[in-house]
Design a protein. Structure first.
Length: 569
């Protein structure tokens, strides 16, 4: 090799290295609302195909030991702050639309960090971190734009949010402006169209951070909870449960959205330089919980519980140009939802040691290169009002009064989707569907071998348990923490066998850990509902009502809701 050529190659190498750090990847962060462990094909169910989601998962890294919070607000606060909700005051119950509080303003949050790193930051879909004053809303917190809703859920078609049958109003905006044009259009389509328009008009001289937080597959208002275009519901005539058929339509819309986003990235020549994160926000509301029919099978429990079904997330990271593990790697590293802030900051080229102290850790070296994480312990949560808690150390999990709002949610809820007999659910057909899906086509165009390993990956990502009983023989519920249950999660992910009495030393160790976490918890921020928030005073819109003169000249007193005193121990 001539010295001139050597010199050229050397300079080229330098340029490539410099390019990598100066031009960090686009990040598309997709949050599915209320999606169960078993609602994605890559965890083994064949009941409802999710070919686009699966195509990315099977060619990315599947996070199979990854924990989210049991409910929505805590999870979103953890994504945004990098802190566990016991450190933001958002650990108890989601924020009600009419409650005047939100993610505290003294915290610098994810989009602000991304903006500092040179990103264009855009939010589409759900917020749910407070809106009583404008300062709590997305465009005042680091997002350059937001298109979507502020409350916990809306009707999929008319975009209204009902609160406990007492208050009701329209909740849909472009930035701070109420967007009436959106009325009547299926919510998932609104968000997809917006994401596509953001991508196609994106000026690639700066990287894009797109936070795409879907309404799907959350239930809408109680009078019409499960909504999908009829043609989508009709595709699933082989599913007997009518509610699950509607759910399948909602999920299919979500999956198609993922495919459309991938196609848009490809068309804009941004696909190669993009990292896609997909995550659920909490476990699935199964068996009718929240008027919904997600599936966490074979995991135990539902959304809002600290059983595995409530907290084990469905997630993957895709970005073959930045990931040095083989496509379809199934990671069993212990990750948590509060890890995203430091992780995305690192992907953006930031130095994580410059971040303030956080609960989350940078898992990028682990996700991208398989480096084991240093995490030994993990707090699921402590709910000081419901007196429930769950804490994890290594393979062990201690759990006390973990259920949502009643013992009936302590069970295992199907469908399993593994023994489907309909022709539509034949595995070979599903695999072909994955390869033919828009995401599959784009993935294969980049790497023709990327989806050679689907069956192996799928088998590795499944959780198999011995059949669960119909009725649990124990529920880990009692008057004090001496009734706590202990599970060895790696060998008993379905929480079938309480081994607390056999392992008193482990219980003691985990109790200590719980007390340690508990001693750092801040008080809950929950506030009573403010009658002045009622949309009937504001043209039937949910607005940042405390920025305006009160409807009757009197502002409600902002009283805190503290529930009963903590009854642990
Ligand atoms: C919104 O849709 C629900 C049913 O999905 C219906 O009950 C309600 O009346 C609708 N409201 C408006 C304003 O269209
Ligand atoms: C993209 O941004 C760069 C840098 O700000 C600017 O020079 C360029 O004109 C922009 N391109 C378009 C098409 O707006
Ligand atoms: C990150 O910041 C720390 C503290 O300022 C510094 O010691 C370290 O060298 C930095 N790392 C990189 C890769 O720049
Ligand atoms: C599927 O069917 C097989 C054979 O009938 C049975 O052993 C297995 O338990 C079933 N699995 C599920 C998840 O229903
Ligand atoms: C195939 O999948 C298995 C299981 O996830 C994984 O260990 C392996 O590395 C994958 N192989 C290739 C070539 O992608
Ligand atoms: C789960 O069971 C299926 C057979 O039903 C098997 O193919 C798969 O490898 C198993 N996966 C794990 C992780 O045990
Ligand atoms: C357990 O939690 C539920 C709410 O999830 C609560 O109503 C109940 O009082 C709690 N039980 C005890 C013993 O604290
Ligand atoms: C705690 O629960 C145990 C077992 O149910 C019971 O024997 C004990 O009296 C309880 N202690 C307190 C302080 O309530
Ligand atoms: C109510 O709160 C708003 C916003 O904080 C403020 O502008 C207004 O003066 C208050 N009204 C009363 C009657 O206290
Ligand atoms: C947990 O911390 C709270 C204060 O944040 C305290 O009231 C409670 O007693 C603690 N629980 C235990 C079991 O120490």
């Amino acid at each position: 090799m001539s010295s001139q050529l050597k010199c050229f190659l050397f300079l080229l190498a330098l340029k490539i290295t410099a390019y990598a750090s100066e031009n960090p990847p686009n990040i598309v962060f997709i949050v599915a609302d209320d999606l169960g462990w078993n609602d994605v094909g890559f965890h083994g169910s064949r009941e409802i195909p999710t070919p686009n989601i699966d195509a990315l998962a099977y060619s990315g890294v599947i996070l199979n030991n990854y924990y989210v919070q049991p409910i929505c607000t805590p999870s979103r606060s953890a994504i945004m702050s990098g802190l566990h909700p016991i450190h933001t005051g958002l650990q108890h119950c989601p924020i009600k639309a009419s409650s005047p509080y939100g993610l505290p303003l003294d915290m610098k949050i994810l989009p602000q960090y991304m903006k500092d790193s040179g990103y264009i930051t855009r939010a589409v879909g759900k917020w749910h971190l407070g809106f009583h004053h404008k300062e709590f809303t997305p465009t005042f917190r680091g997002f350059e734009s937001h298109y979507g809703y502020w409350s916990n859920k809306i009707d999929y078609f008319n975009l209204t949010a009902d609160e406990d049958g007492r208050m009701w109003g329209y909740d849909f905006r472009r930035d701070m402006n109420i967007d009436h044009d959106a009325y009547g259009i299926y919510a998932t389509d609104l968000f997809t169209t917006e994401a596509l328009s953001i991508i196609s008009s994106h000026n690639t001289s700066r990287p894009l951070f797109l936070y795409l937080a879907h309404l799907a597959v959350h239930s809408a208002n109680p009078y019409a909870p499960l909504q999908a275009p009829q043609a989508y519901v009709d595709r699933f005539s082989y599913i007997k449960d009518e509610r699950r058929r509607k759910f399948a339509g909602m999920l299919t819309k979500l999956d198609e959205s993922v495919g459309a986003v991938v196609t848009a990235l490809r068309d804009r020549k941004m696909f190669d330089n993009t990292v896609i994160v997909f995550t659920s926000d909490n476990g699935g509301p199964a068996g009718g919980y929240n008027n919904n029919v997600a599936s966490n099978w074979p995991l135990r429990g539902v959304k809002a519980s600290m059983w595995e079904g409530g907290v084990r997330g469905s997630a993957f990271v895709w970005g073959p140009d930045f990931i040095r593990q083989p496509p379809g790697t199934v990671s069993d590293q212990l990750y948590a939802i509060e890890d995203w802030l430091p992780t995305l900051y690192a992907i953006a080229g930031g130095n994580v040691s410059h971040l303030p102290p956080l609960d989350g850790i940078n898992i990028w070296p682990s996700v991208s290169a398989g480096v084991p994480v240093s995490r030994q312990h993990l707090l699921h949560s402590i709910d000081p009002v419901f007196h429930g808690a769950a804490v994890r150390s290594g393979d062990w999990k201690l759990l006390f009064n973990a259920s949502g709002d009643g013992a009936s949610w302590d069970k295992w809820f199907g469908p399993s989707g593994r023994n489907e007999t309909a022709p539509e659910t034949e595995l070979s057909l599903l695999i072909q569907k994955i390869k033919d899906s828009p995401a599959g086509v784009a993935v294969l165009e980049k790497n023709p071998d990327a989806l050679n390993n689907i069956t192996l990956t799928r088998n590795a990502a499944m959780i198999n348990c011995t059949a669960a009983p119909d009725e649990p023989s124990f529920v880990c519920r009692g008057q004090n923490i001496s009734d706590a249950c202990l599970f060895h999660i790696s060998s008993d992910p379905c929480e079938l066998k309480d081994v607390a009495s056999e392992q008193p030393d482990v219980v003691k160790m985990l109790l200590q850990l719980f007390l340690q976490y508990n001693s750092t918890a801040v008080p809950i921020l929950n506030k009573a509902s403010d009658p002045n928030a009622d949309p009937k005073f504001w043209n039937y819109n949910w607005i940042n009502w405390l920025d305006f003169p009160p409807p009757h000249g009197v502002n409600a007193t902002e009283t805190a809701v503290f529930g009963q005193p903590n009854k642990f121990l």
